[in-house]
Design a protein around this ligand. Structure first.
Ligand code: BES
Ligand code: ZN
Length: 592
């Protein structure tokens, strides 16, 4: 036995499935998917086959041509779920499993009509990263075992299904349902399996890009993301031809727990990006960049997550620099610095979670999640770029993507490739300090611009009475205001808060980064005029990036703590399971 991924029962001495054939029946009444999966191995084998499952009800396991075969579910592990061991007879090339998803399937959120924009139809979406695919499909749920897939999804007539795959066909069936067929011909890690079902419409943005959303928001979404083709072209200029054919996007209901998820051919996005001024499209640049860094070259397990996110943050800011210039990219790095410092602070009692090369045996990857693999990782990539020069580094990145395309690799594989192609560069930037040591090395690159320096100085002068001029207030772009707010002292007075809101009209902002930064400051200040807006946001939005700081700030004072608990009690049924867990853990660490 050899288990290379601490988060999977996958045994590397057993063959890998190459392809999945899925049939999924979506049952909104029972909040359950009735599934059938055929795992294709491509050649004959026999012996035990270990798959990952979590909360699944396994009905039958068969080998086509042979009939039912013996199987057993192992002990329940709180993080991993249950191993499904199948006794595979000689000559087997395919294994077919019928099953149902569990009521608590972490990959799935079932929304009642009231939780959608249109309020008339239910909605279902999946989120499989990190290790939740196993609660939707029994599979080798590790990025090491890449799979192509095809799927047939049956949904109630009137609803549309989309997946992280190309659409093939769809038709009404005579039982009041509609079947959608998909194909993903390229091998992907299981965490990129994705499905959403709802009342959906789409708008074409270019011959290869389209946005899906509920009819109520699709026009706003098409406007917000109209620049996506230009982004794809810029990314192709850096990293080579876009490898996945189409780049479509889906704008989800507000409970979606992330900002974006790079599901191939169908990026999932939070509706909080619809700021009305295109100011939050850096998230799209990020998810698009994953098409190369993450989806094409993938981390071998969550212990190497920085290979996905660190490279992608670096790539996102490279794209941003081409689209909007140096100053915009420097502001991006500054926001990242703030996120990094917050995460280092959060993990100061758990320094082992601040290294890039993680050791996660027995640790839930969702608990290890932070900005560290993103921002510390991106700083290591940027340090290498600085060390060898931009042109040479970009050539290296292209070689790296060529060498490892459609594979899943470890930090060690990356390092030996870098050592071979850029001899001495890893030592020169002290890569070991990033990979294996906690915190951020003092030699990490810093990103500056005149504008960033101005914003920093001005924010730092707040206590001494420094205030932005009328001209600054009128002319700052959203990113500038965001950085300014981030750099203000956390403990403001009531008068300070009133001044900020009056001059920047913060309460009514459509840009959630600004709105939440402001509401977080207001919560820290126990500033009552903001309470109802905070309640509104927390009742509507489930994006964890916003829940953590807002609930954390509310927890600072007795009366806002009571408010936080009251809001959480009301909001929690509408939150995704992941969001609920994060908020519960934030609030638990404070006295009642
Ligand atoms: N792949 C991540 C989202 C993710 C990470 C889901 C870990 C589950 C587990 C995605 O690419 C991402 O990083 N999204 C960010 C936006 C980005 C601009 C940093 C987010 O959701 O905020
Ligand atoms: Zn990412």
């Amino acid at each position: 036995m050899h288990r290379p991924d601490p988060h999977s029962y996958y045994d590397a001495t057993q063959p890998k499935a190459r392809r999945l054939r899925l049939k999924l029946g979506v049952d909104f009444k029972a909040k359950r998917i009735a599934g059938e999966v055929v795992l294709e191995f491509g050649s004959a084998f026999s012996g035990p086959l270990d798959l990952d499952t979590k909360g699944l009800e396994i009905r039958t396991v068969q080998v086509p041509g042979h009939g039912p075969v013996a199987w057993e579910l192992g002990e329940v592990d709180a993080i991993l779920g249950q191993r499904l061991r199948i006794d595979v007879p000689p000559g087997t090339q395919e294994v077919a499993i019928t099953y149902g998803t569990g009521a608590e399937a972490m990959a799935l959120q079932w929304l009642d009509p009231e939780q959608t924009e249109g309020k008339v139809a239910p909605y279902l979406f999946s989120q499989c990263q990190q290790i939740h695919a196993r609660s939707m499909v029994p599979c080798q749920d590790t990025p090491i075992a890449r799979i192509a897939y095809q799927a047939e999804v049956s949904v109630p007539e009137g609803l549309t299904a989309v997946m992280s795959a190309g659409p093939v066909s769809d038709e009404a069936t005579n039982d009041g349902r509609h079947v959608f067929r998909f194909s993903m011909p390229q091998p992907i890690p299981s965490y990129l399996l994705a499905l959403a079902v709802g009342r959906l419409e789409s708008r074409d943005l270019s011959p290869r890009a389209r946005v899906w959303a509920e009819p109520e928001t699709v026009a706003a979404a098409a406007w917000e993301f109209a620049g996506v083709e230009d982004m794809i072209l810029k990314a192709e200029g850096l990293f080579g031809p876009y490898p996945w054919d189409r780049y479509d996007m889906l704008v989800l209901p507000p409970s979606f727990p992330y900002g974006g998820m790079e599901n191939p051919r169908m990026t999932f996005l939070t509706p909080t990006l619809l700021a009305g001024d295109r100011s939050l499209v850096d998230v799209v640049a990020h998810e698009l960049a994953h098409s190369w860094t993450g989806n094409l070259v993938t981390n071998a397990s969550m212990e190497h997550f920085w290979l996905n996110e660190g490279f992608t943050v670096w790539a996102e800011r490279r794209i941003l620099r081409i689209l909007h210039g140096n100053d915009a990219a420097a502001l991006g790095w500054a926001m990242g610095q703030k996120a990094l410092e917050d995460s280092l602070e959060r993990f100061k009692q758990e320094p082992q979670l601040t290294v890039l090369r993680m050791h996660l045996e027995g640790i839930d990857p969702d608990d290890a999640f932070s900005s560290i693999p993103y921002e510390k990782g991106a700083r290591l990539v940027a340090a290498l770029e600085k060390e060898v020069g931009e042109d040479r580094f970009l050539r290296f990145i292209r070689e790296y993507m060529d060498a490892f395309r459609f594979t899943s690799i470890t930090t060690e594989q990356f390092c030996s490739f870098a050592d071979a192609k850029l001899p001495g560069a890893l030592e020169a930037v002290n890569a070991r300090a990033y990979l294996d040591k906690p915190g951020l090395p003092d030699t990490a690159p810093e990103f500056r611009s005149v504008q960033l320096d101005t914003l920093t100085k001005l924010a730092e002068s707040w206590v001494a009475g420094g205030r932005p001029s009328a001209h600054q207030i009128a002319s700052w772009k959203p990113a500038e205001l965001q950085v300014y707010l981030q750099k203000l002292p956390r403990q403001l007075t009531q008068v300070d808060c009133a001044w900020l809101d009056e001059h920047f009209k913060l309460m009514g902002r459509g840009n959630y980064e600004i709105l939440v930064e402001w509401l977080t400051l207001a919560a820290y200040a126990d500033y009552e005029p903001a309470f109802s807006r905070i309640r509104e946001v927390l009742l509507r939005v489930g994006r964890m990036k916003y829940l953590r700081p807002l609930y954390g700030a509310l927890a600072q004072h007795a009366r806002t703590r009571t408010l936080a608990r009251e809001i959480f009690a009301a909001a929690s049924p509408g939150y995704h399971g992941l969001s609920r867990r994060v908020v519960a853990s934030v609030l638990e660490s404070y006295p009642a």
